[in-house]
Design a protein around this ligand. Sequence first.
Ligand code: NAI
Ligand code: MG
Length: 380
Amino acid sequence: MSGTPDRRTTEPRDTLNIVVLPGDGIGPEVTAEAVRVLDWFVTRRGVPLAMEPRLFGAAAWAAEGTTMPEATWDAILSADALLFGATGSLDQQHIPPEERRKGALLTMRRALDVFANLRPVKAQPALAEASPFKARTIAGADLVFVRELTAGVYFGTPRGIETMADGTRRGVNTHAYTEAEIARVARFAFELARTRRNHVTSVDKANVMEAGRLWRDVVTEVHRAEFADVTLEHMLADNCALQLGRAATRFDVIVTDNLFGDLLSDCAGAINGSLGMLPSAALSAPGPDGRRRALYEPIHGSAPDIAGKGIANPLGAILSAALLLRWTAGAPAEADRLEAAVEAALAAGARTADIALPGEAVLSTRAMADAVIGALEAAA
Ligand code: NAI
Ligand code: MG
C-alpha cells in the first residue's frame, strides 16, 4: 500500500505567464477590459495567471526607438501565451520599413510558428436583429474557422514591387503551400471536428490555382489515412462566401488557407453584426512539454475611426480571453462560464454602439466589460 499523496492535487498549479501586447488604436482599450475579466478569474476562480504588459510597435518606437525592444521579444518567446490587441496606425508611416517589420504581427506569428488560427463564430440569439443576415439563416450557427496562419500569399517569395523594362511597375506576391504545411493544419481541423459535430469543410480555389489543387489533394489524403470517421466536404472559396450568408448553420469546422481565412472570417463577422464580436486563438504544434505556444487576439484591427473614444466593443477581446482559458489554462469549464456570461450580458440588453439598433441604449467599452463581469458575479 502506498501512502504517497497525489502531489498534483496538493501542490499549487504553476502560474502561467501571459504577456499582454495592447498595440495600437483600440487595441489598448479592448485589451484592458480582457485583462480585467481575466483578473476576475484569477481572484474569484483561482485560475493561475500572471499578466505582464509589454510595449511593441508604434508605442515602443515612440518610447524606445525600436518597434520590438529586446525585453519584449524575450518575454514573447518565453511566455505561456500572448494576449494581443491590434496593430496598424497611420503614425507608423514615419517608422523605417525594416523597423516596422521587426515589430509586425506577421513576424510574431511566424517566429512562434502558430500555424493554426481558430476563429469561432457563434450566432448570439440576442443579436439576430443586429445582423444584416436573416434570422432564419443564422439561428443556431456555430462554426469555427481553422485558418492556416504562417504560410501562403502573406509570406511567399518572391514578393515586391518592381519596375519593368518599359518603366511601368508590377506588384508581385507568391501564393505557395508545401504538403507539410497543408497536412498539419488539416490534422488540427480534423482533430477539432472530433470534439464538435465531426464535420469539416475544406475551402480552396482548386479550380483555378495549383496551390489550391495541392491543398485539396493533401486534405483528402490526410482524411482518408487518419480521419475517415469525420465527414469531409470541399468547397470553393467564392461559394463559401455566399454560403456563410445563405446557410451558416451548415458549417462546423472550416479549414482554409491564410488569405481565404482572413477574408471569409470577416464575412462571418456579419453573423453577429460586427467585427468587434469575434475572437481568435493562434496555436503552434505541442512542444516537448505538451504545451502549445499561443497568441490570442480579437480578429478586428486597430479601428482608427473609433480609437480613443472609449466606444469600441471589447467582446472580441474578452472572448479571446475565454479561448485562453480553454487552450492555455486548460480550464474549459471557466471558458464556458465566460462565454455564457457574454451571452447573458447581451441577452440582458448590453450593447456597444456597433451592435446597437437605433434607439437602443449604448454602453462604453468599460461598461460592456462591467456587464460581463456582473453576469459572471451573478452566476458565481
Ligand atoms: P478594422 O478591423 O480595424 O475596422 C473595420 C471596421 O470595423 C471599422 O469600421 C471599425 O470601426 C469596426 N470595428 C472593428 N473593431 C471594432 C470593435 N471592437 N468595436 C466596434 N467597431 C469595430 O479594419 P480596417 O479599418 O480595415 O483596418 C484598420 C487598421 O487595422 C489597418 O492599419 C489594418 O492594417 C489593421 N488591422 C490589424 C489587424 C490586427 O491587428 N490583427 C487585423 C485587421 C486590420
Ligand atoms: Mg483580417
